[in-house]
Every structure is written in C-alpha cells, then in structure tokens.
Design a protein around this ligand. Structure first.
Ligand SMILES: Nc1ncnc2c1ncn2[C@@H]1O[C@H](COP(=O)(O)OP(=O)(O)OP(=O)(O)O)[C@@H](O)[C@H]1O
Length: 227
C-alpha cells in the first residue's frame, strides 16, 4: 500500500517559489495498476519522483507499506529504491558501455549478489521480455523498443514490489509501445506488482485499474477502481 497525506512540494524559494504539488492525498493498493495523467507541467513526474524517494517533499507524509518515506535519510531511500522498486523512464537510462545482460545485472550486483547469480537472474529477466538472443548487444546495437524492454528487464530483475514508469512509451513507435504496454500489464496481472505509470498515452491509461488525473499540482480525480 502506498499512502500519501497532504503532500506539498515547491521548487525555488521566497518570491520565486513555485508549487509543483499542492496538498495531495491518495492511496494506491498493493498490486494495483494506476495511470497518472494530466496536462504538461501539472506535476506528474514530480509526484512520481517524490513517491519513489528520488526527490524530497516539503510537507506531508508518504508511506510505502509501513515505511515512512518522509523520515528516511538519503542512504536509506537509496536502499529502499534498490530493494523494493523498479524504474522505467522514457529515455531508458541504460549504461552505453555495458551489454544488455550487464545492464540488467546492475541492480543485483549493487545489492551485493554474486556476479554469477546476478547474471543468471538477468538472463531470466531478459527472457521474460523476449530478448534472450540480444543479451550480449550494447544499447547502441538495439532499437528503441528493445532498449526499453532491456530497461524493463532491469526494473524487474530484483522482483520489486513497485514499478514506477514515467512516459515509458513516449519515445517508441506504436508496435514497440504495444509490447511495452503488454509487459507492464503482465507484471501487474501475473506477478501482482504495483505499477504506477505517468502517461499521455490513452491506451496505457485504459489498461490501468485506475486513472488519477492531475491539474496544476493537485489531484482532480482519483478514478474509479476497475476490477
Ligand atoms: N527541478 C525543477 N526546478 C524548478 N521547477 C521544476 C523542476 N522540476 C519541475 N519543475 C516545475 O514543476 C512543475 C511540475 O513539473 P512536472 O515535471 O512534475 O510536470 P509533468 O506533469 O510531469 O509535466 P510533463 O507532462 O511535461 O512531463 C512544472 O511547473 C515544472 O516547471
């Protein structure tokens, strides 16, 4: 369960301070798939970053399960991200000098897994996204859609409880976007992973259990739960 109470976030200080998030309260159930939508600049990415502990909040409280995110130090946040969360961004963020296999292994080696175990699990994750045969390719040798599937493999290799996806299909053609949407949907339906996706893409939003609509730093609509 993700629980947010009266979350506020501003950028800048004094007269230059601008609200990115204003008094947001919401809940996301374990295993739920939620899409966050709204016009450009309304605070979607900021919300995702604060909930994932990438950015700090100014006021309010955020719990991930029974962990109070707002009380954690940077080091503890980093550990929480590594062990319980996976990330998929529009720009993939793969390491260019590492192969697909090595990129996917990274979250596990960072957690201290033996290299051989990390590589074995990375291979399984690549298999799940349909890229077993591309394991030794570098990002520059793969298409955008394939790179995004490598990024998804990296996000799921540590079996996270939550996947945060920020415009995961934003840079993809429609066929690759379909594959990525299908994979995120499978993680939610098959693995029971909580998936929170910031998106302008209505086909992603339609697949979610719930659509949270934002406007000007506020939640306009929490959406009806679709079973
Ligand atoms: N690092 C920053 N410094 C200052 N202002 C910022 C920063 N990041 C975001 N903002 C501002 O906060 C507000 C919310 O931005 P955010 O990126 O969360 O919106 P968004 O809904 O994700 O937009 P988009 O759909 O265009 O990605 C915007 O007004 C933006 O200009």
């Amino acid at each position: 369960m993700i629980r947010v109470e009266h979350l506020t976030k501003t950028y800048g200080q004094g007269n230059a301070a601008a609200y990115a998030l204003r008094d947001i309260s919401l809940e996301i159930a374990e295993g739920e798939s939620v899409a966050v939508t709204g016009p450009s600049g309304c605070g979607k990415t900021t919300l995702l970053h604060v909930l994932a502990g990438i950015e700090t909040l100014d006021e309010g409280k955020v719990w991930i399960g029974n962990v109070a995110l707002h009380e954690l130090k940077e080091q503890e946040l980093a550990q929480l991200r590594l062990e319980r969360m996976g990330f998929v961004f529009q720009a993939y963020h793969l390491v260019p000098v590492l192969t697909a296999w090595e990129n996917v292994s990274l979250p596990l080696t960072a957690r201290g897994f033996k290299a051989s175990d990390a590589k074995k699990q990375a291979m399984e994750a690549l298999h799940r996204v349909g890229l077993s045969d591309k394991a030794r390719r570098y990002p520059s040798e793969l298409s955008g859609g394939q790179n995004q599937r490598v990024a998804i493999a990296r996000a799921i290799v540590g079996r996270p409880a939550i996947i945060w996806a920020d415009e995961p299909t934003g840079a993809l053609d429609s066929e690759s976007a379909e594959q990525v949407i299908g994979l995120l949907d499978m993680l939610h339906k098959h693995d029971g992973t909580t998936v929170v996706t910031v998106t302008h893409d209505s086909s992603i939003a339609q697949k979610a259990n719930r659509i949270i609509r934002m406007h000007n730093g506020r939640v306009l609509d929490h959406g009806l739960v679709v079973q």
